[in-house]
Design a protein around this ligand. Structure first.
Ligand code: AMP
Length: 217
């Protein structure tokens, strides 16, 4: 099964993506993770992408489409994939259609996790990620047992560079509304859109996603 997972920053995409990928045994491809890895490694692409990420802006389409096209052409994607954080613009969505046509593949569903703005800002500014296993926590809603330490692997917890300031969080939300919201109509027209209420526990959100995916399979 080939799925796109979309929703505003802070909607819980990363958490749901891991649960879906594990449950359906499909590959989790996160463009945000790919860019963060490139930033950490200090590659040319990472340096370029890092500037946009710090400002809460989107990395240019040509760079983003290039890395996704390369990743989807790998043989391990044939088992099915979940795209997390891509596409984020109409241009990226059209490019994805072309990439999949070229690979004789199709999309089966686009899951949109919907959450109100004020909740998103609070979620984004309190989010913590494990530096080792990448598990996601939240200062208020899902704190670790020991402050600053991952329950699962004991590595230190970090705040994402683009999550710290309220201004950056607000900017990411504004960018999302302007550039990514039009995708919902794009996929609705194609009969692929599944809207899920993201303002509940992660297990409840996942149960609703599962229910929808079972109906598609
Ligand atoms: P995420 O982890 O999905 O919230 O992505 C973090 C940041 O990476 C975003 O705020 C963008 O700067 C960049 N990014 C991730 N995916 C894309 C994309 N599909 N198009 C452009 N920029 C992206």
């Amino acid at each position: 099964m080939n799925i796109v997972l979309t929703g505003p920053p802070g909607a819980g995409k990363g958490t749901q993506a891991e649960m879906i990928a594990a449950s359906y045994k499909i590959l989790h491809i996160s463009t945000g993770d790919m860019f963060r890895e490139a930033v950490e490694k200090g590659t040319d692409m990472g340096r370029k992408a890092g500037e946009f990420m710090k400002a809460g802006q989107l990395v240019p389409d040509d760079v983003t489409i290039g890395i996704v096209a390369e990743r989807l052409a790998q043989p391990d994607c044939e088992q099915g994939f979940l795209l997390d954080g891509f596409p984020r613009t109409i241009k990226q969505a059209e490019a994805l259609d072309d990439i999949l046509t070229g690979l004789s593949q199709t999309l089966h569903a686009v899951i949109n996790i919907a959450v109100p703005d004020e909740v998103l800002i609070e979620r984004m500014t309190g989010r913590l990620t494990c530096s080792g296993c990448k598990t996601i926590y939240h200062r208020t809603f899902q704190p670790p047992q020991v402050e600053g330490v991952c329950d699962k692997c004991g590595s230190s917890l970090q705040q994402r560079g683009d999550d710290t300031a309220v201004d950056t969080a607000k900017n990411r939300l504004a960018v999302y509304k302007k550039q990514t919201n039009p995708l919902l109509e794009y996929y609705k027209q194609k009969n692929l859109l599944v809207n899920v209420n993201g303002q509940r526990s992660k297990d409840e959100v996942f149960a609703e996603i599962r229910q929808n995916l079972e109906a598609i399979q």
